[in-house]
Design a protein around this ligand. Structure first.
Ligand SMILES: Cc1cc2nc3c(=O)[nH]c(=O)nc-3n(C[C@H](O)[C@H](O)[C@H](O)COP(=O)(O)OP(=O)(O)OC[C@H]3O[C@@H](n4cnc5c(N)ncnc54)[C@H](O)[C@@H]3O)c2cc1C
Length: 481
C-alpha cells in the first residue's frame, strides 16, 4: 500500500473503537464535533506527504513502495538530515502544536527495529522478529499509532512502577492458544481517537519480581476489551477565523484500560522478559525520538516569536520592554535550533549501524524546554495584555450594526485595520490563553518526563572529567610546602 492519503486515513478511523468522551461513547470520531477538527487536520498531514513527496517520501527498502521518511532507519548523518527535513515539514503543519502526529511513533519504531539486536537479547529473539515484522507492517500500511508507556499513579509513596500483586498497572494474566491476555491500565494515550493501533512499550525500570508487567506489543484500536477515557475536549468546533488553532489541533489524550485483552502472539515484542524490558530504552530511544520532538518544539518557538512580532507591530509596541520580551522568545528558539544542530552534527552509530543524535545537547534541551515553553506562553500573554480579550469574532465584524463601530474603535497602529488586529490577537490567545493552550502547556511540562526527572538525567549522564580538573586545581593548591 505505502503512504496513505488523508481520505484513506479518515476511512480507517471509522473502524470500531471504544472511545469515551464526556458523557458519551463516540461512534464516529471523524464526525463528532469535538474530534472532527483534529481528525481532518491529521488527514491533511497524510495529504501533505504526497504534496511534499520529494521531502517526505522515500521508497521502502524492500518493496520500493513510497513510505514516509519518518519510517527510515537512519544509518548515517545524511539520513538524519533527510529525516530532519521531513520532520520539519510535518511540524510546520501544526506549528508544533500537535506533538504526536504519526511521525512520532514512526521514528520510535524505526529506532526499535534498527536496534533489533537489543530487542533480541536475553532470549527474546522471537519478540525481536515480531517487532521487525511489525515495523514493516507499520510503514507499508502507513498506520497511525498511539502509545501508552507509563503506569497509572495510585499511591506515590509506593514508587513509580508496579510491585508484584499490583492489579492496576497493565500486566499479563494468561497465555492462550494464539497469544496472551493482558489486564490493567496505563496513561496517557495522546492521539488515541485518531489512531489505527496502540503501542505498549517500556518506560520506567521494573523492580525484580515484576515480570508480569514487562510487556510490549501493538494491537488494533478495535481489539475487544480496549477502552479509552478521553480528557475533556479543548477543541472548539467552528470557523478557523475565530479559533485558528483550537478548531483543529486538539490531538486528545486518553487513559487506557485493558479489560482482558487478547494480544496475538505475532504482535508480542516482550512477554514478561524483565531484562529486555529494562534495557531496550536505555541507549538509543531518546537520542532517536528527540529529533522529532525538538524539531517540533523549535518550530513552535519560532511560531511564537512570529506571533509576538505581529502583536507588537499591530499596536506599535516595538520598543522596550516588548523588545526584550520578544528577544527572550527568540533566544529560546535559537538555542533550541543550535542544540539540535549540535546533536545532529555529533550524531553517531549507537550500535547495529543505527545513527542517532548526540546525547548531551538533547538531554539538556529535554530538561529545559518544559521551563521555556510555559515562559513563552506567559510572554505572549504579557505582550498581548487586554488586547487578547478585545478581539471580536468574524460574526461580530460582519454584523451591519457592529461592524463599522469595530472598524472605528478596534483598529490598530499604522495600516492595521480592525480585521487584521482581531485575527492577530485571536491567534495569540488561541496559542497562549485558550483551553488548548492550557492543555499544551501541560503537555510541554510532562510529555518527556517531569522537569525534576529530566534534570536528574542531565546530572546522571553528565561527563564530570573536565569539571573535576577545573575544581581540583584549586583544591590541591596551597597544600604543598
Ligand atoms: C498532555 C500529556 C500527554 C501525554 N501523552 C502521553 C502519551 O502519548 N503516551 C504516554 O505513554 N504518556 C503520555 N503522557 C504521560 C507522560 O509520559 C507522563 O506525564 C510523564 O512521564 C511524567 O510522569 P508523571 O505524569 O507520572 O509525572 P511525575 O514524573 O510523577 O511528576 C509529577 C510530579 O511528581 C513530582 N515528582 C517528580 N519526580 C518525583 C519523584 N522521583 N518522586 C516523587 N515525586 C516526584 C513532581 O512534583 C512532579 O512535578 C502524557 C502526559 C501529558 C501531561
Amino acid at each position: 500500500m505505502g503512504a496513505r492519503t488523508g481520505a484513506e486515513f479518515l476511512k480507517g478511523l471509522k473502524s470500531p473503537r471504544s472511545i469515551w468522551l464526556g458523557r458519551e461513547k463516540v461512534t464516529d470520531v471523524t464526525e463528532h464535533p469535538a474530534l472532527a477538527g483534529a481528525a481532518h487536520a491529521l488527514a491533511e498531514v497524510f495529504d501533505l506527504q504526497h504534496r511534499e513527496a520529494a521531502t517526505c517520501l522515500m521508497p521502502d527498502p524492500e518493496t520500493g513502495e513510497p513510505i514516509n521518511v519518518s519510517h527510515m532507519i537512519p544509518r548515517s548523518r545524511a539520513d538524519l538530515m533527510r529525516r530532519h527535513a521531513c520532520l520539519e515539514k510535518i511540524a510546520e503543519f501544526s506549528v508544533g502544536l500537535m506533538g504526536r502526529t504519526p511521525d512520532y511513533m514512526n521514528v520510535t519504531y524505526a529506532g526499535f527495529a534498527g536496534r533489533d539486536d537489543e530487542w533480541g537479547a536475553f532470549g527474546n529473539e522471537g519478540g525481536a522478529t515480531n517487532l521487525v515484522a511489525y515495523q514493516k507492517f507499520l510503514r507499508r500500511n502507513d498506520i497511525s499509532l498511539t502509545h501508552t508507556i507509563v503506569q497509572p499513579t495510585v499511591d506515590k509513596a509506593l514508587g513509580d512502577v508496579p510491585a508484584a500483586g499490583n492489579d492496576v498497572a497493565l500486566h499479563k494474566v494468561a497465555d492462550t492458544e494464539h497469544g496472551i491476555v493482558v489486564r490493567g491500565a496505563r496513561i496517557l494515550a495522546t492521539l488515541a481517537p485518531f489512531a489505527d493501533e496502540i503501542a505498549v512499550y517500556p518506560a520506567a525500570q521494573l523492580p525484580p519480581g515484576a515480570d508480569a508487567y514487562a510487556l510490549s506489543f501493538c494491537i488494533p484500536m478495535s481489539t475487544p476489551g480496549l477502552k479509552f477515557i478521553c480528557r475533556d475536549s479543548v477543541s472548539v468546533a467552528g470557523n478557523r477565523h475565530d479559533h485558528p488553532l483550537s478548531s483543529r489541533f486538539d490531538e486528545q489524550d486518553a487513559f487506557v484500560i485493558f479489560d482482558n485483552v487478547e494480544v496475538p502472539r505475532n504482535r508480542v515484542f516482550i512477554d514478561c522478559n524483565i531484562n529486555v524490558y529494562n534495557n531496550v530504552m536505555r541507549t538509543g530511544w531518546y537520542p532517536n525520538i528527540t529529533q522529532q520532538t525538538m524539531i517540533r518544539a523549535q518550530t513552535k518557538l519560532e511560531f511564537a516569536w512570529g506571533v509576538a512580532l505581529r502583536m507588537a507591530e499591530a499596536i506599535n509596541s516595538l520598543q522596550p520592554p516588548s523588545l526584550q520580551q520578544m528577544g527572550e522568545i527568540r533566544t529560546y528558539a535559537d538555542l533550541t535550533r543550535a542544540a539540535i544542530a549540535a546533536a545532529e552534527h555529533e550524531a553517531h552509530d549507537y550500535g547495529n549501524g543505527c545513527w542517532f543524535l548526540d546525547k548531551p545537547p538533547i538531554t539538556a534541551l529535554k530538561a529545559i524546554l518544559p521551563v521555556w515553553m510555559p515562559r513563552v506562553g506567559e510572554i505572549i500573554r504579557l505582550l498581548g495584555s487586554h488586547n487578547l480579550l478585545a478581539a471580536p469574532t468574524k460574526a461580530q465584524m460582519d454584523d451591519k450594526e457592529l461592524g463599522p463601530l469595530i472598524e472605528r474603535y478596534l483598529r490598530g497602529a499604522g495600516d492595521t485595520n480592525a480585521a487584521k488586529r482581531a485575527r492577530i490577537f485571536r491567534l495569540a490567545w488561541d496559542f497562549a490563553g485558550s483551553a488548548l493552550a492550557s492543555r499544551n502547556e501541560q503537555y510541554e511540562r510532562f510529555y518527556l518526563g517531569s522537569i525534576q526527572r529530566n534534570y536528574q538525567w542531565v546530572q546522571t549522564l553528565a561527563d564530570r572529567k573536565r569539571a573535576d580538573r577545573l575544581v581540583d586545581r584549586f583544591l590541591s593548591e596551597g597544600t604543598g610546602p
